[in-house]
Design a protein around this ligand. Structure first.
Ligand SMILES: *Cc1c(COP(=O)(O)O)cnc(C)c1O
Length: 230
């Protein structure tokens, strides 16, 4: 079942790239494996998946220890400042940076390990009350500030679009985030290279790719529904 679902997702990514006149290798598929057991991730690994997204620190570190070390782990969920230390040397990209406090802790922990931390700035494009992320207008001042942090690389922007029945409804969200990334590029801020746009989930990744996503985060579409009761 996993194999068929992966193939289906892969086909749809390719089709969206074709429609948008984009090359398939511009889009990274992140398999969002949260709540799924290690055996399921192993199965995906054996099918060739090497990029996994997790939203909880403890789950990421446990799976990191249990699985092969050629996996690229992405932290996609809200990150508490006091937990940065557990993932700083394990997550290749932190998608969810939305405060100076968090950025400050990432800087501090990255400095300790003498590494550069690659991060995305999370943007709450639709300004939903329930969601984390900066408002659009806060993003450029925020990036100008953290561009000065010596151990942080701002690599791009991330958004979690609203849950909608019709994915077309999220098209403006994705195009707004794309426009914002172009505005940031035009500012030529030192040490900032916003080439990554992490947007699109199971329900809307095809539209996101058409609007310029370079990373799509897909859970249900690959692994099936999540059971939070276990
Ligand atoms: C769970 C999650 C996803 C994947 O959601 P699906 O709808 O299952 O594809 C993507 N991004 C984030 C930040 C998530 O927490």
């Amino acid at each position: 079942m996993l194999k068929e679902q992966l193939e289906e997702v892969e086909r749809k990514i390719q089709a969206a790239c074709d429609r948008a006149g984009r090359s398939r290798d511009e889009v990274t598929l992140i398999a969002v494996s949260k709540t799924k057991p290690v055996e399921t991730l192993r199965e995906a690994y054996d099918l060739g998946v090497r990029v996994f997204g997790e939203n909880k620190v403890q789950e990421l570190t446990e799976k990191y220890e249990a699985l092969p070390d050629d996996i690229h782990w992405h932290m996609i969920g809200h990150l508490q400042t006091n937990k940065v230390k557990y993932i700083i040397d394990k997550a290749e990209l932190i998608h969810s940076v939305d405060s100076l406090k968090l950025a400050g802790m990432i800087e501090k922990e990255a400095a300790k390990h003498d590494i550069m931390a690659d991060i995305l700035v999370e943007v709450n494009v639709a300004e939903e009350e329930s969601k984390f992320g900066l408002k659009m207008k806060e993003v450029i001042p925020f990036i100008e500030e953290i561009a000065r942090y010596p151990h942080i690389n701002v690599r791009g922007l991330m958004t979690i679009a609203p849950f909608v029945e019709n994915p077309e409804d999220n098209r403006p969200i994705f195009s707004d985030l794309h426009k914002l990334s172009v505005d940031i590029k035009d500012k030529n801020i030192d040490n900032v290279n916003v080439s990554i746009l992490s947007m699109g989930m199971t329900n809307d990744y095809e539209v996101a790719i058409e609007e310029g996503a370079t990373m799509v985060r897909i859970g249900t579409g690959i692994f099936g529904a999540r059971n939070y009761a276990v």
